[in-house]
Design a protein around this ligand. Structure first.
Ligand code: G3P
Length: 219
């Protein structure tokens, strides 16, 4: 399973990269706005040490404008994947960009049919937003299971990015389903390493090793 980091915070990405947790990065306009810095500057910094795909999003709604923006943005770094919203205009842009060999990540996907259309248009990645589905009373993870099944039925190459991940159970369930990628916010990634029994166990081993040391010193 590949882990992407869902953030535009370069320091957070670096921290996980040092631990082998970063196969790619996803950003969106909200995450970039949170950093208060220029998108090009941010992705250039990330690309200096992350070699996997880095998603950056167009903000236009018209296909020709999306294609122009994607062409320009993909020139900034070697490993760009351009996020395109799931609309009819977006699909037209995806098709054109696929023909040009520019990687795309179709975003704001909330149904299996949307994911099917994205794959058919030639998307490199598709991003179903599971947390936002959970928020409105649907089962986001069922969508992941459906899309993985449908892509497998027909042999689509489009990779499924589990997006809008809100807690470690989302990652666990996505892994059981066999989703290609989970894009994980730093807060969720940090929670994944913790277990109270690990902390208790470490404390006990340290305490016991100190006792042995004290006995030795006392001899
Ligand atoms: O990967 C998409 C993600 O950034 C959206 O997450 O938590 O805003 O639904 P969220």
């Amino acid at each position: 399973m590949k882990f992407f980091i869902d953030t535009a915070n370069v320091e957070a990405i670096r921290r996980f990269h040092e631990r082998g947790m970063v196969d790619g990065v996803t950003t969106n306009p909200t995450l970039v706005a949170r950093e208060g810095r220029d998108l090009r500057q941010i992705v250039t910094e990330i690309a200096s040490f992350v070699k996997g795909p880095i998603s950056l999003e167009v903000v236009s709604e018209d296909a020709d404008k999306m294609v122009n923006d994607a062409q320009r943005m993909s020139g900034w770094i070697d490993n760009a994947a351009i996020k395109i919203p799931m609309t009819w205009e977006g699909l037209k842009a995806v098709r054109k960009l696929a023909e040009e060999g520019i990687k795309t990540n179709v975003t704001l996907v909330f149904s299996a049919n949307q994911a099917l259309l994205a794959a058919k248009a030639g998307a490199t990645f598709v991003s179903p937003f599971i947390g936002r589905l959970d928020d409105v009373g649907h089962t986001g993870m069922q969508l992941i299971a459906d899309v993985v099944q449908i892509y497998s039925n027909y042999g689509y190459d489009t990779e499924v990015i589990v997006a809008s991940v809100r807690h470690p159970i989302h990652v666990y369930e996505a892994a059981l389903i066999g989703a290609d990628i989970a894009t994980i916010p730093p807060t969720v990634m940090e929670k994944m390493v913790n277990h109270p029994l690990t902390d208790v166990g470490i404390k006990r081993f340290l305490d016991d090793s100190r006792k042995v040391q004290e006995t030795k010193d006392g001899q």
